[in-house]
Design a protein around this ligand. Structure first.
Ligand SMILES: C[C@](O)(CO)[C@H](O)COP(=O)(O)OP(=O)(O)OC[C@H]1O[C@@H](n2ccc(N)nc2=O)[C@H](O)[C@@H]1O
Ligand SMILES: Nc1ncnc2c1ncn2[C@@H]1O[C@H](COP(=O)(O)OP(=O)(O)OP(=O)(O)O)[C@@H](O)[C@H]1O
Length: 287
């Protein structure tokens, strides 16, 4: 069986102070995007988790394995399988790659156990704060530590964006740690973003990512990367997803793929390590 694990982008991200738990309060909209990992699941005599992508942990360190164990413990017995992931989502990119894979395994487990849709997300934050979103797979506002979800209208489905990643990762916990030093709470404009989505628009003036300054601090190359993107795609603004290092950009008519493909070619010509024109919204779950 083939499972598809879709990435997300954050449409705005506001961060509050670190709590005694070690986590920060956040407020963001997470939107699925059609960049996806391919996971092959097959019956096996022993439980295994592999990947042919360099840098992806295999075995117990992989989030798919943690998701499998979690589902078996909390939902019920599962067949013994080999899980193999082919990554398309870049690593440490703010696109939620590992959490997306975990979400896909949990969705499979829910279905496998004969429970009806939608899969329950409760408790899955034990695997990662982004995981409940990936289990649900639907556009949502995410609050508290990111696990508290409220559905958001799926009115941006089909919008074209171009994603650009500089080719090196940023570790989420390091960026949050840097936020403790340089971060400042900013005006929360998420209602503008949500109202825009309800009208079928992306309110770009309200999009802001509080982690960006912290990410610049962790790796100053990111600021130079952003400046280069802005120069190459002028006058289009760039928005950082999650804890970075991926930026997304959209043209004046996001329903039209032409600008996204033009931008994709232009950034590839300029040597950007990973670039992809992709649509927002939910794709198919499995093959
Ligand atoms: C940046 C975002 O992707 C935005 O959606 C998320 O906030 C990160 O979610 P995630 O990668 O699923 O995060 P986790 O794997 O749960 O946590 C990784 C590390 O990030 C930090 N972390 C994460 C979420 C949060 N609300 N506050 C935090 O401070 C913690 O140091 C934690 O140890
Ligand atoms: N299935 C997986 N795919 C990718 N990385 C994984 C996986 N399982 C565990 N990891 C580990 O998780 C780390 C972070 O990976 P990931 O790509 O999810 O980060 P991210 O995109 O920054 O996530 P987020 O947006 O949730 O902060 C990787 O460097 C890797 O060590």
């Amino acid at each position: 069986m083939i499972l598809w694990a879709q990435a997300k982008i954050n449409l705005g991200l506001w961060v509050g102070p670190r709590q005694p738990t070690g986590y920060h309060l956040v407020d963001t909209v997470m939107y699925p995007i059609e960049v996806k990992d391919r996971i092959v699941l097959e019956p096996s005599h022993t439980l295994r988790c592999d990947s042919d992508t360099p840098g992806v942990p295999v075995g117990e360190q992989n989030l798919m394995m943690r998701a499998y164990h979690w589902a078996r413990e909390h939902w019920g017995p599962l067949p013994t399988v080999r899980m193999a992931v082919q990554k398309q989502i870049p690593l440490g990119a703010g696109l939620g790659g590992g959490s997306a894979d975990a979400g896909a395994v949990l969705r499979w487990a829910w279905h496998e156990l004969g429970f009806g849709p939608p899969p329950a997300v409760e408790g899955t934050e034990a695997i990662g704060m982004d995981v409940p979103f990936f289990v649900s797979g639907r556009p949502a506002r995410a609050r508290h530590y990111g696990e508290l979800l409220t559905p958001v209208a799926d009115r941006l489905q089909g919008f074209w964006v171009v994603l650009a990643n500089p080719g090196w990762p940023l570790a989420t916990h390091v960026v949050y740690r840097a936020w403790d030093e340089v971060g400042r709470e900013s005006d929360n404009r998420i209602s503008e973003v949500i109202e825009g989505i309800e009208r079928g628009e992306l309110a770009v003036d309200g999009l802001q990512n509080d982690l960006e300054k912290a990410a610049f601090r962790v790796d100053p190359r990111l600021q130079a990367f952003r400046q280069a993107l802005e120069r190459w795609l002028f006058p289009v603004p760039c928005f950082l997803s999650g804890s970075g290092a991926t930026y997304y950009m959209l043209g004046s008519d996001p329903a039209d793929p032409e600008w996204a493909y033009w931008a994709q070619d232009r950034l590839r010509d300029r040597g950007v390590a990973w670039v992809m024109a992709a649509r927002l919204g939910m794709g198919k779950d499995e093959e």
